[in-house]
Design a protein around this ligand. Structure first.
Ligand SMILES: Nc1nc2c(ncn2[C@@H]2O[C@H](COP(=O)(O)OP(=O)(O)OP(=O)(O)O)[C@@H](O)[C@H]2O)c(=O)[nH]1
Ligand SMILES: [Mg+2]
Length: 464
């Protein structure tokens, strides 16, 4: 862990920049106590009562009282940053908070960079890099499940298996060095043991990557597009899933002209649901509808999951072409309007769809009555390989950077395994293992360079 001791003291407004009930100013660094004493006049000295809220006045260098607020003193190392930290809970007016911040800067603090509090927490060993990134995920979480997963990561869901991996790898490398240098040494692990240990590490990485794929979905969500012939009921379905009258629905074909997107929370999965203009071939389409249809085609090509809506009473002549064009894309066929279709018509439509797209799952439903909607929700989750039963899954919120480093570490371990299996001397595998350790260190931060840290922490907001 890179330990660095800062000599300066930073300050920032930690609450959102707007008017609110309260606004919090945060100070961290060796001068925090001094600065707090300079600006805060409480009923008692906050420094003599760590972690206690003290009521007092904040004043500027000229002695003007700016606000009445609560001050709290949190001495390091048991603070968020690991340094001496002070916070002022004031009234939440933006203009007022700026004045108060000025007073802190006048009293000797420097304005914090975005993410600098969390960067200091990382550099002081209060959290590893994956936990610091979880702080960012937590702030930006799109659904309650996303927030829960980020909290789990903050509490060590990734750091813990990761540090076990790093330790396992270190032990393995140490054993192999002994085996290479002193093959007769009783402590040297036999080749079988080395291979078994490597296998164990590989399985562990594999498991993390699998959970990561799920976690990424919960974190970033998926783009789901409703497409199909005009009048099939796409907008009605959008409204039904949103539980809100968002898109205009009429009996006329060609109602929707533009692409409409809304977010929904589907069992914790953030879904960006897009309604599109119905596809239809006709000579006399006006210009708006033609542009709308072109936009539909773009949306269709960018979807991560397509919901192809079919009127089960009459599937329409556009269906074969649409099915052909979207072949190979993840998709579901929604046989809509089952409330109005006779059983014979429904069966006929299902048979036709089965012929045209034998591998595509069909879901009979009704946007009007809501029948089949629970099945649709489950099918969407299953289509992106998520269990509708969240208790069973243990997704990890790993970002793209983490999974990339895990994959590179896996490649290094596989290369090491191949070297050993081919009967080459054990120490030749050492370089690969060293590299694997380096990649794991990029996730925990034990090997992270300044460039990486800058890239990560600059994405934070001010005051975090
Ligand atoms: N009976 C019945 N009618 C439905 C159902 N879903 C939609 N409709 C009707 O079908 C007609 C077209 O619905 P829309 O939701 O506008 O269809 P659309 O696919 O968005 O149509 P375009 O925007 O023109 O492409 C409306 O009159 C709806 O009330 C359903 O499940 N059952
Ligand atoms: Mg529509």
């Amino acid at each position: 862990m890179p330990v660095q001791s800062y000599t300066d003291t930073i300050a920032a407004i930690a609450t959102p920049l707007g008017n609110g009930g309260i606004g919090i100013l945060r100070i961290s660094g060796p001068e925090s106590g001094e600065i707090l004493r300079r600006v805060f006049r409480g009923g008692s000295d906050p420094l003599s009562q760590p972690r206690r809220l003290i009521l007092g006045d904040v004043q500027d260098a000229r002695g003007n009282v700016l606000d009445r607020c609560l001050g709290v003193w949190m001495p390091g190392p048991h603070s968020y940053t690991g340094e001496d930290v002070a916070e002022l809970q004031c009234h939440g007016g933006l203009r007022l908070l700026r004045l108060l911040l000025d007073a802190l800067l006048e009293a000797g603090a420097r304005l914090a960079e975005p993410g600098e509090f969390t960067l200091r927490a990382f550099l002081n060993g209060r959290m590893d890099l994956s936990q610091a990134e979880a702080v960012l995920d937590l702030i930006q979480a799109k659904t309650p499940t996303g927030a829960q997963l980020a909290t789990a990561q903050l509490r060590g869901a990734l750091s813990q298996p990761l540090s076990e991996l790093e330790e396992g790898l270190t032990r393995l490398r140490a054993g192999m060095t002994v085996a290479a240098d002193f093959p007769e040494d009783a402590d040297a692990p036999p080749e079988d043991q080395v291979l078994a240990d490597l296998d164990f590490l590989l399985n562990e990485i594999e498991r993390l990557l699998e959970n990561a794929a799920q976690g990424q979905l919960y974190r970033e969500g998926i783009r789901v597009v409703l497409a199909g012939a005009a009048n099939a009921g796409k907008s009605s379905l959008l409204n039904r899933l949103l539980a809100q009258d968002r898109a205009i629905v009429t009996e006329q074909a060609g109602t929707t002209r533009d692409v409409i997107s809304e977010s929904i929370d589907l069992g914790g999965l953030p879904v960006l649901l897009t309604d599109t203009a119905g596809l239809r071939e006709q000579e006399d389409l006006d210009q708006a509808e033609q542009i709308g249809i072109a936009r539909s085609r773009t949306a269709i090509s960018q979807a991560q999951l397509l919901l192809l809506v079919v009127d089960s009473q009459s599937p329409g002549e556009e269906l074969p072409e649409l099915l052909q064009q979207t072949e190979g894309q993840p998709r579901l066929l929604l046989l809509n309007k089952i409330d109005a279709a006779s059983p014979a018509r429904l069966e006929e439509t299902a048979r036709l769809c089965g012929e045209l797209a034998p591998d595509t799952r069909q879901i009979p439903l009704s946007a009007a009555s809501g029948e089949g909607l629970p099945e649709l929700r489950t099918a969407i989750l299953e289509a992106v390989s998520l269990s509708a039963d969240q208790e069973q899954a243990s997704p990890l919120v790993i970002n793209g950077r983490h999974s990339q480093e895990l994959r590179l570490a896996r490649e290094n371990l596989l290369a090491a395994e191949a070297t050993i299996r081919s009967g080459l001397p054990l120490d030749l595998a050492g370089v690969d293992l060293e590299e694997a350790a380096w990649h794991l260190g990029q996730i925990s931060g034990s090997q992270a360079g300044d460039g990486l840290l800058d890239a990560i922490f600059s994405r934070f907001c001010l005051g975090k």
